[in-house]
Design a protein. Structure first.
Length: 186
């Protein structure tokens, strides 16, 4: 499974170890209206990853329909490489997400961490269910635009890399919270 399960377990552990000690208020804290809180970053990952599940299910049922553009290997490779590069954890380039992938709300309970852990388990199960399609070099469309196509294998790499990117984004918020905690304790 290209170590996707192992990578998912590692990123889940990083999120839980880093953010479980935080209070609900800290999980929802953000420096300004344009920046997502740690909880919003976590919810965004759940929302985005789950948007791929209908495609996975259609692949399994054998009724997945691809657009004409998917017939051109160079287009499939181009979009896959472009998107994978854009979600790298280095965050050199800030990006705005599509509306359908925005966090579902702006305030969350501490349960967001449990939801994330459960979601990550399901993500591993979903990947396992499409493993045969990965081996067959299946192609899927992006949930936001059917004409943005890439290999299923690339899509999974995008999802995992994207999680790393949002761990780094959440960590930037965490590092802003830490000094405030130290000031309060003094």
């Amino acid at each position: 499974m290209h170590n996707w399960a192992l990578k998912i377990d590692r990123i889940t552990e990083k999120f839980l170890n880093s953010y479980s000690p935080l209070s609900q208020e800290e999980l929802n804290w953000k420096p300004n209206a344009e920046t997502w809180s740690i909880a919003e970053n976590i919810d965004h990952l759940i929302v985005l990853n789950e948007s791929y599940y209908p495609a996975f299910e259609s692949l399994r049922k054998g009724n997945y329909k691809l657009p004409f553009v998917a017939r051109f290997g160079f287009v499939v490779t181009f979009f896959g490489n472009l998107i994978l590069k854009s979600v790298q954890p280095d965050r050199k380039k800030k990006m705005k997400t599509f509306k359908i992938w925005e966090p579902s709300k702006s305030s969350f309970t501490k349960n967001i961490l449990n939801r994330f852990e459960e979601h990550q388990q399901r993500l591993k199960e979903e990947i396992l269910k499409v493993q045969d399609h990965i081996k067959q070099n299946a192609i899927i469309s992006s949930p936001v635009n059917k004409n943005i196509v890439y290999k299923l294998e690339t899509a999974l790499n995008i999802l995992i890399t994207h999680e790393e990117r949002h761990y780094e984004q959440a960590n930037e918020i965490y590092n802003m919270i830490k000094p405030q905690k130290v000031k309060v304790q003094n």
